[in-house]
Write a protein that binds this ligand. Structure first.
Ligand SMILES: NC(=O)c1ccc[n+]([C@@H]2O[C@H](COP(=O)([O-])OP(=O)(O)OC[C@H]3O[C@@H](n4cnc5c(N)ncnc54)[C@H](OP(=O)(O)O)[C@@H]3O)[C@@H](O)[C@H]2O)c1
Length: 263
């Protein structure tokens, strides 16, 4: 069956590695023409070569999403955009008292404002055509706050707040806003983020492959569904958190304290 993404133009930020790279390949398999963005041009070009080999058109635009002008240029180069995937992001985990102000600022600039600048650049043309989908790659760290991950959680809470708001604002005007919220994913993300700093209980959830998230992103690009949380264990825990927030936090703290040496 032909995908709804066949011959559509899809922009993916953070496509040089991990989830973004896997998403680009999955979208290419579904026939989408791609415009890939990230700062590392050589890696981006390698991903583009692999996408073109799947029979689609693929361009690369070296982009730093913290720069508003770069985001505007990315969308301008892409032309008529059917889908924007806001995926670029990173984390540095630290207890709040130890967190470096520069790290906190730079995470917010990349994870939150990067998505905001790209969305602001693409929205006018989507609204004018009354067609388009924005897929924001958030995280379960945007649904529940985790100890020692505060700076990162704040960026993803911000992204979810912005996604929910925008979704309601554009409802009925042809534009859809969808969120994909993964748990732990096996990528280069943890070179900077250090998994060992996460609360013990959160490390119990097995890491999934970027290809699974890529499928969720491509499905979101096709159907515009409000929110996808994966894997299923993470989804169940997020449901618990939303229904019984205090209980979920007590459980997280208790299990973590059993797994971690006393401070
Ligand atoms: N891995 C996880 O466990 C996990 C879980 C939930 C959500 N996520 C989210 O998934 C997204 C992708 O992460 P990942 O796991 O795939 O990590 P990754 O392999 O480290 O990839 C991060 C991507 O973001 C790009 N990026 C970072 N800063 C950028 C900037 N200023 N401008 C443009 N691109 C930038 C990087 O490209 P360049 O360095 O080339 O610019 C890279 O392509 C992030 O938003 C992350 O928060 C990850």
């Amino acid at each position: 069956m032909t995908s709804a993404l066949n011959k559509k133009t899809v922009v993916v930020t953070g496509a040089s590695s991990g989830i973004g790279r896997a998403a680009a390949l999955e979208l290419a398999r579904r026939g989408a023409n791609l415009v890939l963005a990230a700062r590392r041009g050589e890696l981006l070009e390698e991903v583009a070569v692999a996408c073109r080999a799947l029979g689609v058109e693929c361009r690369t635009v070296v982009t730093d999403v913290t720069k508003r002008d770069d985001c505007a240029r990315l969308i301008e180069t892409a032309g008529d955009v059917d889908v924007l995937v806001n995926n670029a992001g990173f984390a540095i985990f630290d207890a709040f008292e130890a967190a470096k102000p520069d790290d906190l600022e730079s995470m917010m600039q990349t994870n939150y404002f990067g998505a905001v600048w790209c969305a602001q650049a693409v929205l006018p043309q989507m609204l004018a055509r009354r067609r388009g989908t924005i897929v924001n790659v958030a995280s379960i760290a945007g649904i529940m706050g985790y100890a020692r991950m505060g700076g990162y959680c704040a960026t993803k809470f911000a992204m979810i707040g912005f996604s929910e708001t925008l979704r309601d604002e554009v409802l009925g005007r042809g534009v859809r806003v969808a969120m994909v919220c993964p748990g732990t994913v096996e990528t280069q993300f943890f070179v900077k983020a250090e998994r060992g700093k996460m609360p013990g209980a959160s490390r119990l959830v097995l890491a999934i492959k970027p290809e699974s998230v890529a499928k969720a992103i491509a499905n979101a690009a096709e159907d515009g569904k409000y929110r996808r949380i994966l894997p299923i264990g993470a989804m169940a825990f997020m449901r618990l958190k939303e229904l019984f927030p205090r209980f979920a936090h007590v459980l997280m703290r208790r299990v973590s304290s059993m797994m971690e040496p006393r401070r």
